[in-house]
Design a protein. Structure first.
Length: 125
């Protein structure tokens, strides 16, 4: 999912994050992190499970899904996980992540154009 070369890219200045890590921003679908459990370092490969919950019965539009690695220059990872994305969420059984701390931004919208973004930080041993 993230290559060693991508991980070696300089980090984004934390003041550039417009959404607090772990907090959801927007009125699109709800983004629920099922796995991994945040708060402690993880051993690779890392299983990733994220659930999308529609709001007010508005259908989720998977074409709006985007996954970005927040580095000095944002790296678009969408194409690497697109095969795992459904209207119900994302399930990557064994995500390959190099050692280090990785901050990613997920965004997903619904058919009305409402969009939600969520930033997650994953620490890998």
């Amino acid at each position: 999912m993230i290559t060693a070369q991508e991980a070696a890219t300089p980090d984004m200045d934390p003041s550039q994050l417009h959404v607090e890590v772990g907090r959801e921003d927007g009125n699109g679908p709800i983004i629920e992190l099922i796995a991994p459990e945040m708060g402690s370092p993880l051993k690779p490969p890392v299983p990733i499970s994220i659930k999308f919950v529609k709001r007010a019965e508005k259908e989720i539009d998977t074409a709006t899904f985007k996954l970005e690695y927040l580095k000095f220059i944002t790296i678009d990872l969408t194409s690497k996980v697109k095969q795992y994305v459904t209207k119900e969420g994302i399930k990557v059984p064994e995500a390959k992540l190099p050692s280090g701390t990785h901050t990613i931004r997920l965004s997903i919208g619904d058919i009305t154009g409402a969009l939600t973004k969520r930033i997650l930080t994953i620490e890998v041993l």
